[in-house]
Design a protein around this ligand. Structure first.
Ligand code: CO
Length: 147
């Protein structure tokens, strides 16, 4: 299948969130609230990913604090390897599946073949960090932001 060229203004519409792996979600939230005055706007457990997350509003994006709920989840393995820190950067896109097709046509390695459910009703997919300059990239399609 021939994929149409990406739009002239690119595939990545905005920074949706920065994901930060933490050992203790409530302590991490308290730090962001106390030190930075940030507020939790959403909290959700993603059982399939083995995490519980809190989204704190930052401008029109978020910081996403992630605490593992199982010892073998990707975020748990990240914490064991590196400790608390930036886990991924998430970009808002118009259409996750279309974006994945564009990327794969360019030889970009993606961790998901197609979009899958993310928190707050979004559709998400991950791009391999080796094709993200060492950064795990998440693509987010948020129906609340659809034009
Ligand atoms: Co994320």
């Amino acid at each position: 299948m021939i994929s149409p060229p990406p739009p002239a203004d690119g595939l990545l519409r905005r920074i949706d969130h920065v994901g930060v792996a933490v050992e203790d979600l409530d302590a991490a939230i308290a730090t962001y609230e106390r030190s930075y005055g940030a507020r939790v706007v959403h909290r959700e457990e993603m059982v399939s990913d083995g995490v519980v997350e809190a989204l704190l509003g930052v401008g029109d994006g978020y910081v996403q604090l992630l605490q593992p709920t199982t010892s073998d989840s990707p975020v748990a393995r990240f914490l064991a390897r590196k400790g608390s820190g930036v886990h991924h950067v998430a970009y808002g896109v118009d259409d996750v599946d279309e974006t994945l097709r564009h990327l794969r046509a360019q030889g970009v390695r993606t961790l998901d073949e197609v979009g899958r459910p993310g928190s707050r009703g979004t559709t998400i997919a991950f791009v391999h960090p080796r094709d993200g300059l060492g950064v795990l990239i998440e693509l987010v399609q948020d129906p609340a932001r659809a034009l």
